[in-house]
Write a protein that binds this ligand. Structure first.
Ligand code: ATP
Length: 304
């Protein structure tokens, strides 16, 4: 995916480009000898999403998640992050949304031929924005709902519950508490734990940092990193907290107005001047769109 003369990151008119090619992540662990289907757990190819038959929200989004990696999907409010995640987990229908173009492959299978249930069974689960725990159930009952799609016996489910408590010890302490009375951080942990109970290969995590204190956000991201490293769970992480997401992710995509405007290795993105200026607030001046910036446009023309 490297662009001559611009190896740090890529800018592109996403609608016009084919899917990213291989993310050039060999140095991040993808075996260059393995086939692309083996190397990628998720591939989103040039998708368009329309709500209510008329509102075009995603305009040719392409992205990839290599197996066992953490990929960040970054962007401001309304950029289309949640819509992208819902398209992947096939949850758009309930919102009167549909994928009108392009294709999404999870672990080699077209997600549109699979129900959300089946996707969960195959290892792709979404943790919704805002946690959405069942407030009137205890933490442990919430966790057990996560095993709903599984057909193994109680002993196996019990063992996995123990594993969840190992990774999220705070949940063990609070196992008997009504979820609705626990803190925001505990509810976020509960939502991640519940997802883990489905034995996922990949978790689509929507804005885990939302409404949480910085220390708790760090704790949540540490848990993500730990699960990724030890359980080999891949993550697609939709976040507005660019700084935190890029610290933990291997690779990142930046969405604006339903298009991918930039992608690159997390380290390169974090060091990129435009990203620093517009998403990390490091440069001076007010927040602007990438599209309004002359040098950014020049660079895009050069790449076209
Ligand atoms: P946020 O962080 O605020 O959730 P986001 O990047 O996740 O932002 P989306 O929630 O995907 O963005 O929204 C992208 C666009 O799609 C927004 O303009 C939003 O108003 C629109 N949208 C989202 N859901 C619907 C819906 N059910 N019907 C119509 N438009 C929608």
């Amino acid at each position: 995916m490297s662009v001559p003369g611009n190896s740090d990151h890529n800018t592109k008119e996403a609608a016009a480009t084919p899917p990213s090619s291989g993310i050039a992540m060999a140095d991040d662990g993808v075996n260059p000898g393995s086939s692309r289907v083996d190397a990628l757990i998720l591939s989103v190819n040039n998708i368009e999403v329309v709500y209510n038959h008329v509102i075009l929200v995603l305009k040719g989004v392409s992205l990839e998640v290599p197996r066992g990696k953490i990929v960040a999907l970054l962007g401001a409010n309304g950029a289309g992050k949640t819509t992208t995640l819902k398209a992947i987990s096939n949850l758009l229908h309930s919102e009167r949304g549909e994928v009108t173009k392009g294709a999404i492959l999870f672990d080699g299978d077209e997600v549109h031929s699979l129900s959300p249930n089946e996707l969960v069974r195959r290892g792709c689960i979404q943790v919704m924005e805002g946690r959405r725990c069942f407030g009137h159930l205890t933490i442990e009952e919430n966790l057990l709902t996560g095993a709903f799609t599984r057909r193994e016996g109680a002993a196996v489910i019990r063992r996995d519950l123990e594993l969840v408590y190992e990774y999220l010890p705070r949940l063990r302490e609070r196992r008997g508490a009504m979820a609705g009375y626990t803190s925001g951080g505990e509810q976020q942990m509960c939502a991640v734990g519940r997802a883990l109970m489905s034995r996922p290969k990949m978790i689509l995590l929507d804005e885990p940092s939302m409404g949480l204190a910085p220390q708790i956000v760090e704790e949540i991201f540490d848990i993500v990193k730990n699960l990724n490293a030890k359980e080999n769970v891949s993550f697609l992480l939709a976040e507005q907290n660019t700084n935190m997401a890029l610290k933990y992710a291997n690779y990142g995509y930046i969405l604006e107005n339903g298009r991918v405007v930039m992608d690159g290795k997390a380290k390169a993105l974090a060091e990129n001047e435009d990203v620093k200026e517009f998403y990390l607030g490091i440069a001076e001046g007010k927040r602007k769109s990438f599209r309004n910036v002359k040098h950014y446009k020049r660079r895009k023309r050069w790449l076209a």
